[in-house]
Design a protein around this ligand. Structure first.
Ligand SMILES: N[C@@H](CCC(=O)N[C@@H](CS)C(=O)NCC(=O)O)C(=O)O
Length: 136
């Protein structure tokens, strides 16, 4: 047993990579210390290298082990906890494919559409009533 988990992420409003293992651990009820290392400037690699071999987040600390990369963390957790991957083979095949496609692809989309969960949009006013689906 390597000890308890500490998950290091940046601000999860802006870092979808950080959000992934955080959501996974929350959804599976895996207890962890939630350590946030905020982005303080456009590039934080030098500071993040103090705890991350790549200078990036997310990072999972487990005893004296450091596990980096969101998919690396998911794979590590899957070795220790049920529910990370579907049990059923066809569902598992789909899940492996979809996860790898998401992890290794969509770079153009990622570059164009950065994540910002903190943005609040003002919706335009409705100018007409929507039809009802059931009688009033
Ligand atoms: N493929 C990596 C991507 C990690 C990544 O790009 N992390 C970004 C935050 S979203 C980072 O730490 N960047 C350092 C910086 O922007 O200063 C993973 O899955 O963990």
């Amino acid at each position: 047993m390597a000890g308890s988990y500490t998950l290091i992420t940046a601000n999860r409003n802006y870092s979808s990579w950080s959000l992934r293992p955080w959501l996974l651990m929350k959804a599976l009820g895996i207890p962890f210390e939630d350590r946030v290392e905020p982005f303080t400037k456009p590039v934080n690699w030098d500071e993040f290298r103090a705890f991350s071999p790549t200078g990036q987040v997310p990072v999972l600390l487990h005893g004296d082990r450091t596990i980096w990369n969101s998919l690396g963390i998911a794979l590590y957790l899957a070795e220790r906890h049920g529910g990370v991957w579907p049990q059923e083979e066809v569902a598992g095949a789909f899940a492996y494919s979809a996860v790898c496609e998401m992890h290794g692809g969509f770079s153009a989309l990622r570059n164009q559409c950065l994540m910002n969960v903190g943005v609040r949009l003002e919706m335009p006013r409705m100018t007409r009533r929507w039809p009802r689906t059931s009688p009033a």
